[in-house]
Design a protein around this ligand. Structure first.
Ligand SMILES: CCCCCCCCCCCCCC(=O)SCCNC(=O)CCNC(=O)[C@H](O)C(C)(C)COP(=O)(O)OP(=O)(O)OC[C@H]1O[C@@H](n2cnc3c(N)ncnc32)[C@H](O)[C@@H]1OP(=O)(O)O
Length: 157
């Protein structure tokens, strides 16, 4: 059962809840939490001092991984929403990243809560394309596009 306080990641089955970016069970990871805001998806994340690149600014790999997992979570949520299904219902929609493109538009300050806002650009078959903006104090510092693809049964074999 989904409630308005739930994050998408609260509903990930245990076998996909270890992801470094979004797994709630990975104590060393970012453990991002993403929710709907109308037709957009939102994640808020406060970088730690050890996420530094140039002093005072966030490491680009952190920004990319936030965009990645924000977008794969958004893709899963969009697929459930389109199907009119609860995120706990079976069978699960599980996504992996097929493609991750990031444009770094401005330096992203470190000492600031970041807001990621995602838009569902396309849903086609097993593929969902998500565009995600990263905002620091309301200024867009990075923009990404992710092609998320439903994980095939053969994944990893
Ligand atoms: C509540 C439950 C929710 C849980 C869910 C969330 C879990 C989150 C878990 C954490 C995750 C965290 C994130 C991580 O870190 S995930 C870890 C990093 N990602 C991977 O390891 C993925 C490795 N790659 C693969 O397994 C396969 O290549 C995949 C599965 C991606 C596609 O191989 P598959 O044979 O299955 O696909 P297809 O050929 O039938 O193509 C299908 C469609 O996709 C389009 N396409 C494919 N590749 C690309 C590409 N590179 N660029 C652009 N488009 C691409 C393709 O054109 C086609 O579209 P169209 O031509 O029909 O339009």
């Amino acid at each position: 059962m989904t409630t308005s306080d739930d994050a998408f990641q609260d509903h990930y089955p245990e076998n996909v809840a270890q992801c470094y970016g979004c797994g709630r069970l990975n104590e060393h990871g970012h453990r991002i939490r993403t929710c709907w805001d109308g037709d957009e998806t939102v994640t808020r994340f406060r970088p730690e001092p050890y996420h530094t690149s140039v002093p005072g600014f966030a490491y680009g790999g952190l920004i990319a991984s936030l965009i990645d997992c924000h977008s794969t979570g958004s893709a899963a949520a969009a697929m459930y929403r389109q199907a009119g299904r609860d995120m706990d219902s079976q069978p699960p929609f599980r996504f992996v990243t097929g493609s991750l493109h990031v444009d770094f538009l401005k330096p992203t300050p470190l000492e600031c809560e970041l807001e990621l806002r995602g838009q569902i650009k396309e849903i086609k078959g097993r593929k969902v394309v998500v565009t995600t903006s990263v905002l620091a104090d309301g200024v867009v510092t990075a923009r990404g596009e992710v092609v998320a693809v439903q994980m095939p049964d053969s994944f990893g074999s």
